[in-house]
Structure formats: C-alpha cells, structure tokens
Design a protein around this ligand. Structure first.
Ligand code: ZN
Length: 160
C-alpha cells in the first residue's frame, strides 16, 4: 500500500466524468488499498478515485463504522433532507453548508464485482452523495449555501 497525492480543486482531473470499472485487476485492487490508506492518513470520511488522479468509478468511505468500497456506485433511492457543513479533501481547510437527502440507498459492486446494496442515513448518506458526485466531475462547492468558511481540524494542527 502507498499514499497517493490528493488532487486539489482547480486540477482538471476533478472535473472529468470517470469510467466504469469492468474488472478488478491487480492494479485496481492496489488502487483501492491506496485510496483507503490515503483517506485514513488525511482523516477523511470519503475519497473518490479522481481525487487521486484516476478516472475510474471507485469510492472509499469510512464514517467510523469500517471501510466501505463502492465500485460503479449508483444512487437508487433517497428520502428526507439534512442541511449541514460539508468539506472535501480536495479543498482543505474549507467547509460549506450543503443540503442532502437524509437517507440514501446505493447499488454498487464490491472488490469481487458482486453487486450489493447499502443504505445510509445522516453522515453516511451525505458521504454517498458527495463522493458519487466526484465520479461525474462535480464538487460540493457547486451546492454550497451561503459561501465557504475556514475550518481548522485538530489533526492538521498536530501535523504542523
Ligand atoms: Zn470531496
């Protein structure tokens, strides 16, 4: 496993539509491992492959309940609404208020290319929406209500 460089907003790779994964090759398996390591190192709750410069439809998420790997994910059901602060590893030190569904069901493939469904509420529902948008070249900043504000994470302070 290895850390990958997280691309920062302004990098054109973050505006591209990603390609479907047809087969989990050893290279894709390595990418997934690297994405998890990179996400944990950066204290993120989610990471999409384009954020490490790879235009494939792969997302990793961990909202504190263990790693979730989504390949070719699609949102199949949403309900409710939540409004709250959201940030992104590709825009460090910033956050903004975004309204999302409070419940989201996704359909995706796992590392064995077996299709599965997963439901999420609150933070997980928000992470599903945020990360899946990266796969189509979109950032949460397009949906921010009231502008971005600065945030300081304790973990960043410790690193400095
Ligand atoms: Zn993001």
């Amino acid at each position: 496993m290895a850390l990958r460089e997280i691309r920062i907003m302004g990098d054109p790779v973050l505006t591209k539509v990603c390609k479907e994964v047809t087969e989990v090759t050893p290279k894709i398996a390595e990418l997934i491992d690297d994405m998890l390591e990179t996400m944990y190192e950066a204290n993120g709750v989610g990471l999409a492959a384009p954020q490490v410069g790879i235009l494939k439809r792969i997302v990793t998420i961990d909202v504190g309940e263990g790693p979730i790997i989504l390949i070719n994910p699609r949102i199949v059901e949403t309900s409710g609404e939540q409004t709250g602060d959201e940030g992104c590893l590709s825009l460090p030190g910033k956050a903004g208020c975004v309204t999302r569904p409070n419940y989201v069901k996704v359909r995706a493939f796992d590392e064995n290319m077996q299709e599965f469904e997963m439901e999420g509420t609150e933070l997980l529902a928000r992470a599903f929406c945020h990360e899946l948008e990266h796969l189509d070249g979109h950032m949460y900043t397009e949906k921010v209500e009231g502008g971005l504000h600065d945030v300081t994470y304790a973990s960043e302070d410790e690193e400095e």
